[in-house]
Design a protein around this ligand. Sequence first.
Ligand SMILES: [Zn+2]
Length: 456
Amino acid sequence: MAASHRVSAVPLMSWLSRRVFHPLWDVKDGSRRLRALRELERTQWLPPQELRARQQTRLEHILRYAAAHSPYYRRLFAAQRFDAQRFDPAAFAALPLLTKGLIRSSTDEMLSDEFSREELGQHKTGGSTGTALVTYFDRDWLELRTADALRADQWAGCFHGMKIAALWGNPPRPRGLKQRLRSWLIDRFIYLDTIDLNDHSIAQFVARWRREQPEILFGHAHSLFILAQSLAQQGIEDLRPRGIISTSMMLLPSERAVIERVFACRVTDRYGCEEVGLIACECEQHAGMHLSIEHLYVEFLRPDGSAAEPGEEGAIVITDLFNRGMPFIRYRVEDMGVAAARPCPCGRGLPLLERVTGRVADYLKRRDGSLVAGVSLVERTLTAISGIEQLQIVQPTREEIVLNVVRASDFNADSEAALLAEFRSVFGPGISFRTEYVERIPQERSGKYRFSICRV
Ligand SMILES: [Zn+2]
């Protein structure tokens, strides 16, 4: 479940779709996914050196695959004089990083010639960067990555069939699916829409929780916090999940403490993004997040491109070891993070990510004081409205919101009208909107973008 500078709402929807829609495919693919899950349950206990050796073999394999089947990498490797047949660590470390901009400009070229586009699955994300991005994956990758996320669910005490309370910003809209699927979906979840957090919606959520007693609470870190804070203020102490999964944005220690106190339950923090799936997750020890190195090769880089030491902050760069449909090699996910050298007390061989740093989510405010999750709003806007490449929401005063828009090539008058209509419907009366067309959204000092800035 994912979700990323990115504070992405998408991992949330990805997770929901995995738990809700994918079980419908179980007849066809369930056994394969289950096999992958059993394998991951075994490999997590392998010694670190054995996991690293397997990771290295898979890294070399995906590099050879990319050289053979992806025109983009064939061209890149030739230009860099990189020989995928003979792995050289220094040459690998010198390969230019894959960025969202490069993905956007080179999508067709990146795709493997082994697949037609119709055979591939697609992710479209807005993400916390506020940058629209479409990426692809093959079906085998989806099964593996789903199994990986299911393993992480288990670490949080979440098993198949449990009722889940979810906080998310874009209620499922199963367009084109049958109505009974919709009702089944609604039965499986109780949810609180983070686009519309207010006393009334929270009261409704609490009432439904008491009736249906969900076992797992799932949501954006900051949304979990806002809910916990509201419950604490009202003296509500009877909501008792067995597990809490926090995702899609940095979980601040202070906020974590409030959430754990109010729900009397530990929070399991996880980190991922739609393009490469789950990256790391806490186990039941909550001593850092185990990196999914069976499927990913993860680097932490200094600004000069050299490798950061454990304990030192670095830009997170991911090579996906299994996505053949659209190989991701040295992909800069636009998050900063810190690797840990120590082992986890649980005894698993998977190395630890100490923490993700520099992800920020700001909530915007309506005139009545209720809150709107910027991450969810940007996500919804970018995926729903064409012609917008990047969006940043700035709220300088309670009465005013500025939309900084980077136009895509297919931008037209309808794009702006749709954008403004969307914002007016979300914020209601009393707020004026101004659109600014900009060449780019400036990054923060951390190198990240903020999708939403509230100065009120
Ligand atoms: Zn552990």
